[in-house]
Design a protein around this ligand. Structure first.
Ligand code: PMP
Length: 347
């Protein structure tokens, strides 16, 4: 999706790494996260300052091999060591489909998947994963459990201006970001956490040390360069920024998708209230007829998707439900706010 922009950037985003560079395990970018490259730390803080989507003052940066590694590092760091049973990991359905498998695949004694946060009734400690804007449905979210003894991890992979209005800098205890969704470079495998508590940041660092003895320096240096190009594009006076350019790409894709869905009469897209911007990079598509496996049907037409059954109980109920009332997304008429400047978008 962002390939055209990066091809147009050409040499601007190129880096050269000499054979003698990046040889040590160690870096000097942080006294907590000992493998963080200083250059990356600076570019992370700069990008958040330029975009205004997260507070970095008073935060430790922990770098990870994608935010996937950081999700596991956060679960490891927040789990109590002396508990008689694993802490419960929750997220409100529909949730990012990997949370459940990530939490359970190693059958950890520290934490275990507890399912839909909306249905959590137990007392006692828990970790809630809050994804905002949410994958898969694009809605802005807050924690839903709100009890004492709870830890909240904010997965802000999509809190960038090409997807959603940036209403305020995120100011949470633990927020996760990734290059995969911000600039489109999923293959660099680079994510970062902003962590308030030093001890939590240290434990996350320990997890990554035990897991991969740090994060590829080549990836960190390349990520720093990519982020510098993005921040420069926002601060320059002429031409479009990375976010403006790609916001338009998303506008175009949503127009095409809505037109196809509208014409088919077989699917519906979610409706967003005017407070939401609808131009996300993914779509929560609802089958409007009875079908065993919507993913399979779409695959037969060369459209790759992930079945609703992976996203939690309410998602599974939606899949295969017959059409009721023919509610269809009308976000085009909903008056979406333009992501970067808060003006009304009439496209
Ligand atoms: N969180 C969310 C909400 C995601 O959608 C994804 C990728 N689909 C990730 C985390 C993981 O991204 P990565 O490991 O590439 O940083």
């Amino acid at each position: 999706m962002y390939g055209r922009y990066w091809r147009e950037m050409g040499e601007k985003a190129r880096i050269t790494i000499a054979g003698w560079q990046s040889m040590s395990y160690f870096s000097g970018g942080s006294d907590v996260c000992w493998f963080l490259e200083a250059e990356l730390g600076e570019e992370v803080r700069r990008l958040h300052r330029v975009v205004g989507n997260a507070v970095t003052e008073g935060r430790h940066i922990v770098v990870g091999t994608g935010s996937s590694q950081l999700i596991l590092a956060a679960l490891y760091a927040l789990s109590p060591r002396d508990a008689s049973e694993p802490i419960t990991v929750l997220s409100a359905a529909p949730y990012y489909s990997s949370y459940a498998s990530m939490s359970d695949y190693q059958k950890s004694g520290l934490y275990k998947w507890g399912g839909d946060a909306e249905k959590y009734e137990k007392e006692g400690p828990y970790i809630e994963l809050v994804t905002s804007p949410n994958n898969p449905d694009g809605h802005t979210r807050r924690s839903v459990v709100n009890r004492t003894h709870g830890f909240v991890v904010h997965d802000l992979a999509y809190y960038w201006p090409q997807y959603t209005p940036i209403s305020a800098p995120a100011d949470h205890d633990l927020s996760l970001f990734t290059l995969s969704k911000s600039t489109g470079h999923a293959g660099i495998r680079l994510g970062w956490a902003l962590v308030k508590d030093r001890e939590v940041a240290k434990k996350m660092t320990k997890f990554i040390e035990l897991n991969t003895i740090g994060v590829s320096k080549d990836s960190q240096l390349r990520a720093a360069k990519i982020m510098r190009v993005v921040s420069d594009s926002c601060e320059q006076r002429e031409g479009e920024s990375f976010f403006e350019f790609n916001y338009k790409v998303l506008v175009q894709r949503w127009k095409q998708l809505r037109a196809v869905v509208e014409r088919s009469g077989l699917f519906s897209l979610p409706t967003f209230s005017p407070a939401f911007c609808t131009f996300y990079g993914f779509a929560w598509l609802k089958c409007e007829w009875e079908v065993e496996d919507c993913e399979l049907v779409l695959k037969q037409h060369n459209i790759l998707t992930r079945s609703g059954k992976h996203f939690g109980p309410c998602a599974a109920e939606i899949v295969g439900q017959p059409r009721e009332g023919g509610k269809r997304g009308d976000a085009e008429s909903a008056g979406c706010q333009k992501a970067s400047d808060g003006q009304t978008n009439d496209e």
